[in-house]
Design a protein around this ligand. Structure first.
Ligand SMILES: [Zn+2]
Length: 137
């Protein structure tokens, strides 16, 4: 592998490791994700490349942490899925995309029905992205 480190400029070869990986998320700050195979700079430790299989592990870790955090939000702040969709589709008339909405907002399953986190739905209606911060609130 022959890549220059963007962080320290080192031209040394990267090393393949299975180690924690620092990852900046939009809604949970910087995460230290454990046991991710990747190539890092031998000089400063910055990740140089992350194989697709590892990117998948990162996704799984982030999604699972996000689910845990959403599940811990106050239950009174959730509204039924149908009501959330009705709200959000008034924001996006004509081009409402359910899949996009569900990818960009938070929800939990209670019993057999889905409930959406209201502040997340409201953020989606304002900015088109309901992934508000899940930490430090
Ligand atoms: Zn470096």
């Amino acid at each position: 592998m022959h890549s220059e480190c963007a962080c320290c400029g080192s031209q040394d070869n990267g090393e393949d490791v299975v180690a924690h990986l620092e990852f900046q998320t939009k809604n949970m700050g910087v995460l230290l994700i454990p046991d991710i195979p990747h190539t890092r700079c031998v000089n400063c430790g910055t990740a140089l490349s992350i194989p697709g299989s590892s990117a998948k592990l990162v996704d799984i870790y982030i999604n699972s942490l996000q689910s845990d955090l959403v599940a811990g939000l106050p239950v009174g702040m959730f509204i039924p899925r149908a009501a959330a969709i009705a709200l959000a589709s008034t924001y996006d008339p004509g081009k409402f995309n359910l899949r996009r909405f569900e990818n960009l907002t938070y929800r939990v399953k209670i019993g057999s029905s889905w409930w959406c986190y209201k502040p997340s739905v409201e953020a989606y209606m304002k900015t088109g992205d309901g992934r508000i911060s899940l930490i430090g609130n």
